[in-house]
Design a protein around this ligand. Sequence first.
Ligand code: HEM
Length: 227
Amino acid sequence: MTVVNDAQPAVITARHTDNVVVGDEIIRHRRITRLMHWSVALTFFIALFSGMPIWTPLFAWMAALVGGMEVARIIHPYAGSLFFIASVFQFFHWLGDMRFRSDEKGAWKPSKLMAYMRWEENTTDEGGKFNPGQKVFFFAVCLGAIGLLLSGLIMWFPLYFPRIVRELSILLHDITFIFFLIGIITHIYLGTAAEPGTFRSMTRGTVTRRWARLHHPGWFRDVDKKG
Ligand code: HEM
């Protein structure tokens, strides 16, 4: 059983506990969750800034961010491998919260999606900790990480593979990366500018009651009931 000390600031409780109410705040992501997420993000961006200049001369200027083209070529496969390892930890850590539920089937209806975009007050108490869009993103990231790793390994050790496999791996790496980038840009937009109050869940670990009721009413009900 988790004992929550209300006299303790939420940010301290958020070091080891989540899904609890502390004063006016709700702890959404405890420290280990945030550490995993930022490890995924950091390794992703190092792989991104070292990979884009290798991909096309259009982004050659990005090599300066990681110490030049030579450095970019050396660190890219290592950063990509670390990104994969961090993603595996994050996958198992979040898997339990990412199962699709029967009460969120209606979430894909255009009327529901529009109501969500309009920030309409959600009077239902459907859904869990993450919404179906977040779950799709989560599984897409995991699949994408596998695609990038496999195609990346083939390019890293080309002598072990026939030419057709090497050529297909370049295609797979590039296509996966393009989808990934679109997904990540959308994700960052939704996690910051589009939904104020979300970013702090990944820094401080907490959200407000109002945020929780608006974005994840089912999760809010469960956490609030616990007290
Ligand atoms: C500066 C970059 C990033 C920002 C600002 C950011 C922000 C966030 C925030 C605030 C959440 C929590 C959402 C919630 O509790 O409802 C989150 C969750 C998540 N993040 Fe990120 N993130 C970034 C980069 C990344 C990267 C690079 C990846 C993967 C490659 C990633 C994968 C995820 C996943 C799978 C989740 C859980 C599902 C979701 O909330 O969509 N994030 N992120």
